[in-house]
Design a binder for this molecule. Structure first.
Ligand code: ATP
Ligand code: MG
Length: 491
């Protein structure tokens, strides 16, 4: 267990500094339980000052709590779906209040996810359940609309003297002798951030009998690590656990660090068994990262860090005495090159999915068949019209423009200027087009009817679940039926 967890405050009395804010949170908790308030709290303050810690302590007072991270985009869906519902329906147990802890509301995605801000604002407005939101940057634009609606509490850095006393307490409990000035130095350099102070102490004191000023040098070398390449170089060059762990504390996304280490392993390591062992650690680290993102249990991150850092570092028998030129990951340029195409695929899949009542994923699985169907001019035209695809969207399935036979009928006003396949009235006679569309829809719905007859015989529970539009299997089935009807509708 990390020392920051081991020595994390177990109650509000143990939380250092920010006395007034502690009281405010305690009073707020009581008020909610007594039904005296429906306000939410916005805690803004520097890192490592106890925001998350206090939110967790407050959570003990309520019957349930849910913790989400605003910089993880998936949280918004959860907010909209889970919390959206739960904020209407109260829990069966206890006071029925579910505390919502939302971290990093000044999240890293900037203005990208307006939907997220909207979802948060909506839940704040509902006021059915207590919410504690946390942020670091008081000037963040994303907070401007939230601040007036919340009880906004600005936290301060923790005083050096308080940090000194906590670090001393930890040393005593861990049986580590210390020199007074070393502890004071650690406290000062943490700049009011208790997480940094405790972590730094752990780096130099864990497993030691005493700590001296020499140990502080190790930390200075940690501060010299200015970029991710220094981290990767240390991981590949060193076998010293302390140095590697310190180097891994670079301020960068874990998945990005993983990518750069992955890319550079064979540039430094020469023996096959070392490379194999290092990549095994990388794949395990990747599993933990995936787990952390999927479950939002971010404590998995630390296993990922250990595996990709120390795991890779200790995969070598000896350190190499050579200079290796490290390179950036090759995956990111590749991904950014294909981004345009991926966006287009998403757009088209969404349009088609809407018509086919299928998820984007299922529709994308049909793309290879679409490519074949789009080779025929007439079918291509009908499909493009049915799905309302623009010229550039059709390019996803065929490179040539769709040639449309001119209608022999007298051109009407509406089709005189029509040249694009995205115009629904292209075939000349809007009535013909509409009847085709109706025909297609009738076929799709008759398929659906026959399917629902089958479903009738099935178990009721299954029937219920088939209503769920999110259900992949169901959408797949629908999609396949619709797909079949697409094959048939050409007259
Ligand atoms: N006020 C405090 N009193 C005692 N320990 C603290 C305090 N603040 C932080 N710590 C220690 O630091 C660790 C991290 O603190 P916490 O996660 O609460 O910080 P935070 O303010 O949420 O930081 P961030 O803004 O980075 O999320 C805690 O687990 C605890 O060990
Ligand atoms: Mg926090």
């Amino acid at each position: 267990m990390l020392w920051t967890e081991k020595y994390s405050p177990k109650n509000f009395d143990e939380v250092l500094g920010n006395v007034k804010i502690k009281d405010e949170i305690l009073n707020w908790t009581e008020d909610w339980l007594l039904g005296k308030t429906s306000q939410c709290i916005l805690l803004i303050g520097p890192p490592g000052t106890g925001k998350t810690t206090m939110a967790h302590l407050a959570a003990n007072e309520f019957s349930e709590y849910i913790e989400l991270n605003a910089s993880d985009k998936r949280s918004y869906d959860i907010l909209k779906n889970t919390i959206g519902e739960s904020s209407l329906s109260k829990s069966l147990y206890g006071d029925g209040l579910k505390l919502i802890i939302l971290d990093e509301v000044d999240g890293i995605h900037g203005n990208e996810d307006r939907g997220g801000t909207r979802a948060i604002n909506q839940i704040v407005k509902d006021g059915k359940h207590p919410i504690i939101m946390m942020a670091n940057d008081p000037y963040s634009k994303r907070l401007q609309s939230l601040k007036p609606k919340c009880n906004t509490l600005i936290m301060r850095k923790v005083h050096t003297n308080s940090i000194v006393s906590l670090l001393k307490k930890i040393c005593v409990k861990e049986g580590v002798e210390f020199e007074e000035h070393v502890i004071r130095n650690l406290a000062k350099r943490s700049n009011g951030d208790l997480r940094t102070a405790i972590n730094d102490l752990e780096v130099i004191a864990r497993g030691q009998e005493r700590i001296t000023s020499e140990d502080l040098e190790l930390l200075s070398s940690k501060d010299d690590i200015v970029n991710i390449f220094d981290t990767v170089r240390t991981v590949l060059k060193s076998k010293d656990p302390k140095r590697v762990r310190a180097a891994m504390r670079v301020d960068s996304e874990p998945s990005f660090i993983l990518e750069i280490i992955t890319e550079n392993i064979p540039k430094e390591y020469e023996k096959v068994n070392e490379i194999q062992s290092a990549y095994e650690k990388i794949s395990q680290a990747d599993l933990y990262l995936g787990r952390a993102f999927n479950t939002r249990i971010y404590t998995y991150w630390k296993y990922a860090y250990e595996l990709m850092g120390l795991g890779v570092a200790l995969s070598k028998a000896e350190t190499y005495k050579k200079f290796s030129r490290l390179t950036n990951s090759s995956i990111f340029p590749k991904l950014s090159k294909s981004r345009g195409n991926r966006n287009l695929e998403d757009k088209v899949a969404e349009k088609m999915g809407h018509k086919l009542h299928a998820s984007k994923k299922v529709v994308k699985e049909q793309f290879p068949y679409m490519k074949i169907m789009f080779q025929n001019d007439e079918t291509a035209h009908e499909l493009a019209t049915y799905f309302d695809l623009a010229d550039d969207e059709v390019k996803l399935f065929r490179s040539r423009k769709i040639k449309v036979k001119k209608s022999k009928k007298k051109p009407t006003k509406s089709n005189k200027s029509a040249t694009s396949i995205s115009t629904p009235k292209l075939s000349g006679d809007p009535k013909v087009e509409t009847s085709k569309k109706v025909d297609v829809e009738a076929k799709v719905s008759s398929k659906k009817k026959s399917r629902s007859k089958k479903v009738k015989n099935e178990d009721k529970a299954v029937k219920k679940s088939s209503k769920d539009t999110e259900n992949e299997n169901d959408s797949e089935k629908t999609s396949k039926d619709s797909q079949m009807s697409l094959f048939n509708f050409k007259k």
